[in-house]
Design a protein around this ligand. Sequence first.
Ligand code: GLN
Length: 483
Amino acid sequence: MHQLTLAEIARGLADKKFSSEELTKVLLARIAQLDPQLNSFISLTEDLALTQAKAADARRANGESGALLGAPIAHKDLFCTQGIRTSCGSKMLDNFKAPYDATVVAKLAAAGAVTLGKTNMDEFAMGSANESSYYGAVKNPWNLEYVPGGSSGGSAAAVAARLLPAATGTDTGGSIRQPAALTNLTGLKPTYGRVSRWGMIAYASSLDQGGPLARTAEDCAILLQGMAGFDPNDSTSIDEPVPDYSASLNGSLQGLRIGVPKEYFSAGLDPRIAELIHNSVKELEKLGAVIKEISLPNMQHAIPAYYVIAPAEASSNLSRFDGVRFGYRCENPVNLIDLYKRSRGEGFGPEVQRRIMVGAYALSAGYYDAYYLKAQKIRRLIKNDFMAAFNEVDIILGPTTPNPAWKLGAKNSDPVAAYLEDVYTITANLAGLPGLSMPAGFVDGLPVGVQLLAPYFQEGRLLNVAHQYQLNTDWHTRTPTGF
Ligand code: GLN
């Protein structure tokens, strides 16, 4: 039963092959048995899950239907869940029980989804390896000595190991697409403003966006349907109608113009990944797509711009964690300054502290123009590159990451080496564009992802292309040994 996709679960529940309660019990037992190897969960919510599953079964018995009604999922541990620990992977929030549900959590619960637990993540979503979590590193089910990617590494590892069919994640610079690539999943970062950020603990507010991680594009369509939509509580949420993502999965790719940026195939890319990306291009050509080489000339500036903007926003967002209002407070402070200093010094881990310092520096008087303002100008140039490219093509295709997963600990002493892994993903966040990563093959037994980018609000096009690709390839069906 644990091998079923969301789409298959919906059919099984509708045909009364099994109940949501039965399925939930099977998956909870599987998590108890296998997760100790992976560490993909921070909290399990067994009681809530069984209550939700029974309620979903009762709703179905009353004639209700819906693709998410009774479907087991999990939330990245930065989505607030009422009365349940919402840690953001940090000691700072280890004791924080959210007083309300994030909009995404509330919407999925209303659609009948069953929450099995809260997944592990890099502390405050800062990282690409899920090693900065206060709760310990997550292991990649494809090889337990390797990282699963981050920051949504717990969601990715759990879904890849078939502990559950799908989970939520967030993507500020690649944290859905990169772990999807490194664990053989399909992951979608929606257009900025498509999914509400209300109740999603902020990292870098102008870049953060929630989205689905699942094994197939078909399942990402189902989960995104439950997450997307206007939210008056989020001032950056956009009031655009949500299309039926499942209905557009079967559109023909005849004549689809795919742009392949020449800058994506530069020296930093593992040549074995380049070959797999070229194979996926050929596959899409067979389905009728037309390939065109394009250029994104400002891409080389993306990492420096991102690693100024994201820490700048983070330093501001994280100033609320002061030992007074939220979370961790140091023992016996002697005065207010001591309270601030020790609560933040003890509550935040080293990567978070590094980013706060970089961000505060970039925003300080005298440096603002030289760093933050310049980075914002680069951001506009990057967006303009994309706008020019999308005048000529419908989709942009390239690798999701320059390398496959690396060994646990391998990049710990060199934060910049880890930052460089984000080279292909962060541009979509800087421009606010939707992006998807899907399985494209293996290098030394480790999964590789191909990334698709589309114009604003064209999530349906991304899912359509990915679904057609998955009907004609079987990479996404491969299962890690032992799971
Ligand atoms: N790896 C990037 C960072 O550490 C992206 C993280 C994310 O998308 N949350 O900032």
